[in-house]
Design a protein around this ligand. Structure first.
Ligand code: ZN
Length: 378
């Protein structure tokens, strides 16, 4: 009953000082409670508001960055298209590729036929340039958005053309320094000199060392006094890959071919081939080839499955004389007797016999007598 007594006793016994003290204490407790209430209710809300604001700002920056990335990507794509040489070298014709002209990086090292499954691949190649028609040919290719390959000679006064070939995404490839068969094929040393001279010439003119080569007269020419295997060995050692052709425009003949004949030869030659390396000439004496070019391109572009490509290291090698075996495969004795097709699955394609256009002896004499600019055979 102590508690009851004290409760009852309190009002009577409480002094004013104590009353005042209690009142202050209650006030302090109230203030403390109020403070705690404010602290736990208002502060978290303020904090939340502050964080939400920060989040909003970060979202805004993120969107800005996204926009910037998008702009950068577009810019990169645009610049790649403008300056594409060998690397990028390598994209298809948008007219036939629809909206999928921008290739995924994953595709970058796939062989052309895997990058364009089910498509007819056409590699237009121009031998013997540059010359007075080179710019016209480049204009036609540009207008039709087609990339091609130029197997060039060493010609003075055409620095702009060599560089334009590269700048516009075509492949600059090697043909001959002199184009005089009697010199080039007189000995292995002469053959090597011809290639080395042309390489040095092109490096000086363009800063680029081409890696693709076409034998004057083709690899199966019967005018060389040098063993073809020795020449091929030299090319392989130097890192060159040679390309013959499996479709000929037949514009190499001495008499000027009519435009329609060239068109017909190329279109019939391509037919339904999945892989066509087309031999044409960029020569001062071949105006009908230039006339035939837009007709050939436009006819093929109407077929929806044709893709024009420049020769790159993803292009199946088309040859008349078989290439040298890769070293590691030479070492495997049990594989030596096999056909090259088995060893080089899907990499090489031997041209049909009718396209092995051996240089005739009379052509050789002509070519030997003519200057590089006039020399017209293959
Ligand atoms: Zn030639």
């Amino acid at each position: 009953m102590n508690t009851q007594e004290s409760v009852q006793a309190t009002p009577a016994q409480e002094s004013p000082a104590r009353k005042e003290f209690r009142r202050k204490r209650v006030k302090r407790i109230k203030a403390a409670l109020l403070f705690l209430l404010v602290f736990f209710l208002v502060v978290p809300n303020l904090l939340c508001a502050f964080l939400l604001y920060k989040l909003y700002q970060m979202n805004k920056s993120l969107n800005l960055l996204r926009e910037e990335i998008k702009i950068s990507q577009t810019e990169i794509e645009r610049r790649t298209k403008e300056t594409t040489t060998v690397l990028v070298d390598e994209y298809g014709n948008p007219i036939n590729m629809g909206t999928e002209t921008v290739e995924l990086p994953d595709d970058a090292n796939l062989p052309d036929e895997e990058r364009y499954p089910g498509q007819q691949l056409v590699y237009l190649t121009f031998d013997d340039g540059p010359g007075k028609y080179t710019n016209e040919i480049l204009d036609i290719l540009k207008e039709h958005n087609v990339k091609a390959t130029f197997f060039v000679l060493a010609a003075d006064g055409y620095d702009a053309e060599y560089n334009r070939i590269i700048a516009e995404g075509h492949t600059l490839a090697m043909h001959s320094y002199t184009h005089r068969y009697s010199e080039i094929y007189s000995s292995l040393e002469a053959f090597e000199n011809d290639i080395n001279s042309l390489s040095a010439f092109l490096v000086e003119k363009t800063g680029v060392r081409p890696r693709f080569y076409r034998f004057p007269g083709g690899s199966s020419n019967d005018v060389a006094h040098v063993d073809t295997a020795d020449m091929i060995h030299f090319l392989t050692q130097e890192g060159y890959v040679y390309y013959d052709w499996n479709v000929s425009s037949e514009d190499a003949s001495k008499e000027l071919k009519e435009t329609n004949t060239i068109v017909k030869n190329v279109l019939n030659g391509i037919g339904n081939k999945s892989n066509s390396v087309v031999l044409m000439h960029d020569s001062a004496s071949k105006p009908t080839t230039v006339e035939a070019l837009p007709i050939i391109i436009e006819t093929l572009q109407k077929k929806e499955n044709v893709v024009f490509l420049p020769i790159t290291d993803r292009t199946k090698q088309v040859y008349h004389v078989k290439p040298e075996l890769p070293q590691e495969e030479v070492k495997a004795p049990e594989e030596r007797s096999e056909e090259p097709e088995a060893r080089s699955e899907g990499v090489y394609e031997e041209a049909d016999d009718e396209n092995k256009e051996d240089a005739k002896p009379e052509d050789v004499q002509d070519a030997a007598d003519e200057s590089a600019d006039e020399g017209s055979e293959d």
